[in-house]
Ligand binder design. Sequence first.
Ligand code: ZN
Ligand code: ZN
Length: 174
Amino acid sequence: MDRLATRLGESFGLEIHRKMPSFDPETAFDKSRGQYNSTILLRLLLLEMAESSELVLGVTGADLFVPVLTYVFGEAQLGGSAAVVSMNRLPPEVYGLPKNDELLYDRLVKEAVHELGHCFGLVHCANPACVMRSSTYVEDIDLKEAWYCLVCEQTVNASEKTPESPPSGRRFGR
Ligand code: ZN
Ligand code: ZN
């Protein structure tokens, strides 16, 4: 988590604050599926951040789903301020492969940058190297880079709309 926070802070030029949620994530648990509803988690995160203009990224080890899909690696509010990512299906050992913490970390970074991209208003990108390319399987995550293609990056930069944010060296602040 420290590495992820540092990496995201550097990549986005944003100040990152880490905190534990004050809500009970178990309220998002779906007994019939044995998984957690990512849309409910997003709602809980938004309620938690109601009086803040910050972006919030939830990071969980729980297996996430949306009703129409078997599982999701994450979910975000398009153009909104909340995103959630799951590490549950990211470790290679889940697929019977040797443990590899570097690979796990790379995948987590990519999923976090991807979901935050949705918060910055990005939809999925057809560029195979772009982090906004959609990933159905974990191998899809490995095929893309950990950052946006030039087109997507422009959208992220343009999504900076908070007038009170200081005109510092930040590429996009909030
Ligand atoms: Zn996506
Ligand atoms: Zn792109």
